[in-house]
Design a protein. Structure first.
Length: 416
């Protein structure tokens, strides 16, 4: 059987493709990284961009020296690159954060008074937890019901309102109807925040075409694991909200009180920012754009189909899905194995086969409980019984990785 990587049609590669890991018996085997949804490995062009920036690294915005001026230019260029990558409007703010969670909490701190947030129980905790006034909706049985539920909930709310939704589930990989949800939100005078953390490593996103108000995502899931994320969107709420951090850079002047920047970007980027993280994030955006989405998506879809077909052929392995096997998704597949806890499966895959997957509730406890049909009283973070296994793919995934996982699971189920 031929071995093809998701990057085979193009030049972009990840670091660590030759990593070897120990397995039982002391052997070393090539690592099958199927945990991209947690954190993706670093792209080679990202590593190169950071290395190129390091010799002249300096603090940004307030230095007259050459190194400071050059680093400032690189940092601000990263902002323009990210804006273009997500198809943002020319006047949208691009605020660098630590990650998607940080970006979501930043927006939460800037909501107008008495804003009500509508969010589905299928969301990542970063989207469920930051809000003071929140309406939580039950998992919808199909995409149209998601739109209907949002429509009904928003219609009942007076005052400012925000709909929060993922673009691609971090549990099942399923794509959400964000364009339709944006339309419904705006029809009710609401805004929409889209968690794009699991979408942007796999699909092109155009904020303007989709008419989204805010988008958040993380560099560490976009092949840029240098500690930066981003919030992109409309400036007015961000410029009116209290600075996310109060300190140098967020102020225009300090006397007995502070005069804060009206511009959303410096207002919420106090202190010395993560310059290298921003440069890395922009380099990842450039590399994926230059690679082209068509070959990436085509190869990912082929590998996901191979994985799901293999899992479906193993008796005792059950894939988790909200909207059924035919609904479009990115390269994320979660499943359970009869007779094993999720942790037992993950440990066996790692220790015996050199395969890295994720096990647990994936920071989406209500959703995983819903998919597993368990009650809200079942399972906290440490409970391994109310949990699942997640395999996720990306640039660097090969057919051999997929086939090794399928073969390993087939071996495990035959032991019972």
């Amino acid at each position: 059987m031929s071995v093809a990587t998701i990057s085979a049609p193009v030049a972009v590669k990840v670091l660590g493709e030759d990593l070897e890991v120990p397995v039982q018996g002391g052997r070393l085997v090539s690592y099958a990284n199927l945990d991209y949804a947690a954190s993706a490995p670093c792209l080679e062009p990202v590593s190169a961009a950071v290395a190129a920036a390091l010799p002249a690294y300096s603090s940004v915005h307030r230095g007259a020296g050459y190194a400071s001026q050059l680093t400032t230019a690189r940092y601000e260029q990263a902002r323009h690159t990210v804006r273009a990558f997500v198809g943002a409007r020319p006047d949208d703010a691009v605020i660098f954060t630590r990650n998607t969670t940080d970006a979501t909490n930043l927006l939460a701190s800037c909501l107008p008074p008495q804003t009500t947030v509508v969010v589905f129980d299928t969301e990542h905790h970063a989207s469920l937890l930051p809000w003071e006034r929140v309406v939580r909706l039950a998992p919808p049985a199909f995409p149209g019901e998601a739109v209907r539920q949002a429509d009904a909930a928003l219609a009942e709310i007076d005052g400012p309102k925000l709909l929060v939704v993922t673009a691609a589930s971090n549990v099942t990989g399923e794509l959400w109807p964000i364009a339709a949800l944006a339309h419904i939100a705006h029809r009710h005078g609401a805004r929409i925040l889209v968690d794009a953390a699991q979408l942007v490593p796999h699909r092109r996103l155009n904020l303007t075409a989709l008419d989204l108000d805010y988008v958040a995502f993380s560099g560490h899931k976009l092949y840029a694991p240098f500690g930066a994320g981003v919030l992109v969107g409309r400036r007015d709420w961000l410029s009116a909200g209290q600075p996310y951090l109060k300190g140098g850079g967020a102020v225009k002047a300090v006397t007995d009180s502070a005069e804060w920047h009206e511009d959303a970007e410096p207002r919420h980027e106090a202190g010395t920012p993560n310059v290298l993280g921003a440069i890395a994030l922009a380099a990842a955006c450039d590399a994926l754009t230059a690679t082209g989405w068509t070959p990436l998506v085509r190869e990912e879809e082929r590998l996901v189909a191979r994985l799901r077909e293999g899992l479906s052929a193993i008796e005792g392995v059950h894939e988790l899905s909200l909207w059924g096997p035919d609904h479009p998704r990115v390269g994320i597949v979660s499943f359970v194995v009869d007779g094993y806890t999720a942790r037992e499966v993950a440990e066996a895959l790692s220790g015996e086969y050199g395969i890295g997957v994720r096990d647990g509730k994936f920071c989406a406890h209500p959703f995983v409980r819903h998919l597993l049909g368990t009650s809200s009283a079942d399972g906290g973070c440490e409970d391994g019984t109310t949990a699942a296994v997640r395999a996720s793919i990306g640039i660097g995934t090969t057919e051999e990785h997929i086939d090794r996982l399928i073969g390993a699971l087939r071996d495990l189920v035959t032991r019972h």
